[in-house]
Design a binder for this molecule. Structure first.
Ligand code: SF4
Ligand code: SF4
Length: 186
């Protein structure tokens, strides 16, 4: 059986989530025109969709576009082809982390991967594990300010010293393994 193309893989990810007909994009540019962060993206939403359809996998995964998406859904509600572009951005993040391919200078991938692993392991978010994913990108002053604030929150019991765990964690792990591709990607 032939290996699915990159555009098929992304279309399948969206289909699993939404039945999203990405291949019906008419390249009208409404999504890019309405996107509040398009100026900061290295490829606009319209362009990234065109690149997916052309199977430009390496170029898409090297892009900051989906990591800069603010999930505002302006594009999704305005797309004349009813493509859920915001969900596409989430699908690209999941795919990129699953394949371990993303621009190293971005905070988003490491933060997202750490967040998901924390949830998978304990069922709860835990800020002290998440913080190193972004704190080292701060200047010295901001880093110290964050560290002082975090210590104060811990001393006041607002942030637990040890990572919390939910009850019936094994049940949760079984459930989440059906929706998150936990494990190594090929
Ligand atoms: S608004 Fe919809 S149809 Fe137009 S370019 Fe964006 S995704 Fe394609
Ligand atoms: S959901 Fe993302 S891609 Fe769409 S308009 Fe908002 S920021 Fe831009």
């Amino acid at each position: 059986m032939a290996k699915p193309s990159f555009s098929d893989e992304i279309a399948n990810l969206l289909y699993a989530a939404h039945g999203n007909p990405i291949k019906t994009c008419i390249q009208c540019g409404t999504c890019s025109g309405t996107c509040p962060v398009a100026d900061y993206m290295d490829h606009t939403p319209r362009r990234i969709i065109g690149m997916i359809m052309a199977n430009y996998k390496d170029e898409v995964l090297a892009s900051n576009t989906f990591w800069y998406c603010a999930s505002c859904y302006h594009c999704t509600v305005r797309c004349p082809a009813q493509i859920d572009i915001a969900e596409l951005m989430y699908a690209l993040k999941r795919y990129s982390i699953w394949k371990h391919v993303y621009p190293e200078e971005l905070i988003g991938p490491v933060f997202s991967e750490t967040f998901v692993k924390t949830i998978v392991r304990s069922g709860r978010s835990y800020e002290p594990i998440l913080a190193p994913a972004y704190m080292f990108s701060f200047g010295v002053r901001e880093f110290l300010q964050e560290a002082i604030t975090a210590t104060g929150l811990m001393l006041k019991g607002r942030v637990p010293i040890l990572p919390p765990r939910i009850k019936r964690l094994e049940n949760f792990k079984r459930m989440i393994s059906k929706v998150i591709p936990v494990g190594e990607a090929s």
